[in-house]
Structures are given as C-alpha cells and as structure tokens.
Design a protein around this ligand. Structure first.
Ligand code: FES
Ligand SMILES: [Fe+2]
Length: 455
C-alpha cells in the first residue's frame, strides 16, 4: 500500500494484529509529513550541557533535517537558533562546535548575537536607508528550550508541553539511567555516519534483543561482546547465579511514545553484585544504582531496569548509560547516526580510556555491532520499496496481548517478561498518533495513555 492521503495513519499500524505497513519506511510524502508533524513538533535532543558550559559556546545540532545552533548567550541562558540567515538562508555557523561572540553570515555579512538578534547589517545606512527593522529579522528561535539534568532539548513548537511533562516518568527514567551515574560529561567529539536505512528501523532496533544472538554472532564468537551477566576481575570471586537472561526482561511504555525495553536485574543478581563488590569488572558495575540519590530517582521500576530507553522520537540512551545516539532522518531511505560518549567527570583515567575504547569499537562506523545492524537495516529499507513487497505488512506480534503490567506505588507501570516486541509496536502506534494529530492540543487529546491492562 503506497501512501493514500484519504487514510488516517493509524490504519498503517495495526496495534491489535501487531502489524506495520511497509509504506511508512519508503514513501517520500509520509517522510515529509514526519519532518513537520513529528520533528518540528517534538522536543529534540540538542547536546549535553557539558558541551556548551560557557557563554558563547555553541554546538551544531539538528531538528529533523534542519540545522540548529545550541548556544549559551551572554547571560548564560541556553538558546536554540535555526542556522539559516534571514536574508538568503545561508548557514550562519559552519563549525560543529566552538565558542563565538556572534554569528556572521559569510554571504553578505549579516551578523547575529548569541541570542539570535540581528545586530549587524552591511550597508544598513547607505543601501537600506535605515528602513530595515532589525528587531524583526533575527534568527528563528526555538519555541522552548530546556535542560533535564544536563540534557538539553528544544522544540520549535511553543504549544508543546514543558519538557518535564513531555518526558513523563518513563522519559525521565530513561535519562536518569545515565544522569544518576554521577556528574557526567560528554567526551570531546561526536561520531557521525550515514546508513542507508529509514530512521524508524534504527529506532525500532534499539529495543530489539531478539536479533542479538543471530546478528551479532560473530561479535560473540570473537569474544568481543560483553555478557550481560557481570564479569569479575578476581578469579577467586564467587560465581554469578545461572540465569537465562533472555527470559528476564522489563518493558516500560511511556507518554508520547517514549519507552524502555531490555534485560532486568534479578534479585539474585542484585545480591550477587553486592556480594562480590569491587571484584566486578568496572564496566559491569551496577552498584551506583544502590546509592541513595540514584535509588530515589530510579524508583521501584527503574532499580533493576537494564534495558534501552528511547526518548521519542530518536534519542537512544545506550551502552548501559554510557552513550547517547541520535537517529537523524535524511530522507525515507537514509539515516545519519550520531554517537556521544559520556563519562563521570571524576572517573579514573584508566577506566575512562577503557570506556571510550569500548564505545568506539561497539557502535559508530568502526563498531562491531553497528556494522552488523546497519547491513540489516539497509536491506530491510530496500525491501520496503517494491510494489510487491508493499502488499505485505511487517510483523510486530511477539508476545502480543500477553504483556501484563505491574503498577508501582508511584503509579509507574512496567511489564516483566521475556524478549518481546511491545516497545517497538508502542513506538509505531505513537508514531501514527503523532502523524494523525493536527497540532499539540489534538495530540494531547488523541494519544493512547500508557496501557493499564495487558498489551
Ligand atoms: S544570506 Fe546571510 S547576509 Fe545574505
Ligand atoms: Fe544490534
């Protein structure tokens, strides 16, 4: 089925049957509507505050396909500005990050302050006869900018709910799984590469623990992939409990399409980690979760959640809270993947180096895992285009109808089960709601609340 403007988007995602139409991964018109109805409306991740600590610091990011400058103005306030001169549209900032006093357009020289104000126009007196109202021709500013525990987000839509409300408990928990590790800072440099896939397939995969054994078999055979059961550095340490990790998963389905899905820590594993203490290999050390502040932030549902969070639409909190990945749309068949690595500020150099080395060798263009994943997404995307393939939807029905939520005392719902596809289907369902809604008021009214019963 190709895009048919008379059919609402919820007909492309059958939540009851657990199927998704292939047109949503291939169609140019649908893609263009995503840019408008999802990216131009949502809270998009910009950067981490540690990347722009001082006045004048800036970091170039994206909202959909549009370049934006995240910066700190002279007062230290966060600003997000569309990187397009109001004269002929040229980019006013080309560097990926740095420090500036102002942004000078290299075409005709209009100059903008750190808060986006137009402050300089060559020939203002002689050519414009002082008739250009500079107050009306500043850079386009984000509708709202906010930071949650150092993670900077922006929305172009002033009607969007505030960031805290947008994230809700599941989105906040997703970020807490990184933020509560301590005072984290972004490592210099962001890895960026293009993959020939639809951005949603890359998002879908972050919840996918079904593919690991097959897709990443070579990584496991080579001894590279870390087991989920914590390794210890001391041979004499007691052995970890024997568990089938594939049967120990936890899913949280959140507001506006956020989610967390993946392994959970069992009570036996929690006890074991306490028992072996410092003998746990540092990358597997989960004991930070038991610190009082982290414990309070994570709450009952988060204490043992070791799965992958996605902040809808496209921010993955990855690698056990060590990396952030953006899945940036670049057309229906192209996705630009960004990787940020974050470490606690006071981490010993040796552990920090080890963590960065792991990050570079796991994901990104040289990553053992992403090379496997990218190939699959590329082939899946190619096979969504043909008129024959288009007649057959994709299957997201694993464990459908059997995911029973547990409700915590603070009202957060989670589903403990085995490997499943609940979060993937939840993402597509939310996607359809965003696409069908005409504006924020409509989306707030029409969205499916976090499910009460089985999903
Ligand atoms: S395009 Fe920027 S000054 Fe002309
Ligand atoms: Fe993978």
């Amino acid at each position: 089925m190709l895009y048919d403007s008379t059919k609402p988007f919820h007909t492309y995602v059958d939540a009851k049957a657990g199927t998704v139409d292939r047109a949503i991964f291939a169609d140019q018109a649908i893609y263009e509507m995503e840019l408008e109805r999802i990216f131009a409306r949502a809270w998009n991740f910009m950067c981490h505050e540690s990347q722009i600590p001082k006045a004048g610091d800036f970091f170039l990011s994206f909202i959909g396909e549009e370049s934006v400058i995240a910066t700190r103005d002279k007062k230290g306030e966060l600003q997000v500005l569309l990187n397009s001169c109001r004269h002929r549209g040229n980019a006013v900032c080309r560097a990926e990050m740095g420090n500036a006093r102002s942004f000078l357009c290299t075409y005709h020289g209009w100059t903008y302050g750190l808060d986006g104000q137009l402050i300089g126009v060559p020939g203002y007196k002689d050519f414009y006869h002082e008739q250009l109202d500079k107050s009306q021709w500043g850079l386009v500013k984000a509708g709202k900018v906010a930071s949650y525990k150092g993670f900077v987000f922006a929305t172009m839509d002033p009607e969007a709910p505030d960031l805290d409300e947008y994230l809700g408990p599941v989105g906040r928990l997703g970020l807490d799984l990184m933020a509560e590790k301590g005072d984290v800072v972004a490592v210099e440099g962001v890895q960026k590469n293009l993959i020939g896939c639809n951005w949603k397939l890359a998002v879908d995969n972050l919840y996918d623990w079904y593919h690991v054994q097959i897709s990443h078999a070579s990584s496991t055979m080579s001894g590279y992939s870390r087991p989920l059961v914590p390794a210890v550095v001391d041979e004499g340490a007691p052995k970890p409990p024997q568990q089938n990790q594939q049967m120990l998963h936890r899913v949280l389905l959140g507001d506006y399409g956020h989610g967390i899905s993946g392994p959970r820590r069992s009570p036996e594993m929690r006890e074991y980690q306490q028992l072996v203490g410092d003998k746990i290999e540092p990358l597997n050390d989960d004991r930070w979760r038991d610190e009082p502040a982290a414990k309070a932030a994570l709450g009952e549902a988060g204490a043992d959640t070791r799965g992958h969070p996605n902040i809808f639409p496209n921010l993955w909190v990855a690698s056990g809270g060590t990396q952030l990945s953006l899945r940036l749309p670049r057309g229906p068949g192209q996705c630009e993947i960004w990787w940020f690595t974050l470490v606690p500020r006071d981490m010993p150099k040796e552990t920090r180096d080890l963590r960065i080395m792991r990050a570079n060798h796991t994901f990104g263009p040289a990553g053992m895992l992403e090379q496997d994943d990218g190939e699959n997404w590329d082939q899946s995307t190619r096979a969504t285009r043909g008129p024959i393939a288009q007649r057959y939807p994709l299957n997201f029905a694993m464990n459908l109808g059997l995911g029973e939520p547990t409700v915590t005392a603070d009202g957060v719902r989670y589903i403990d089960t085995h490997i499943n596809e609940h979060a993937q289907l939840w993402t597509y369902r939310a996607w359809a709601e965003w696409m069908d809604a005409d504006n924020w008021a409509d989306l707030k009214k029409s969205r499916t609340p976090t499910p009460v019963g089985a999903v």
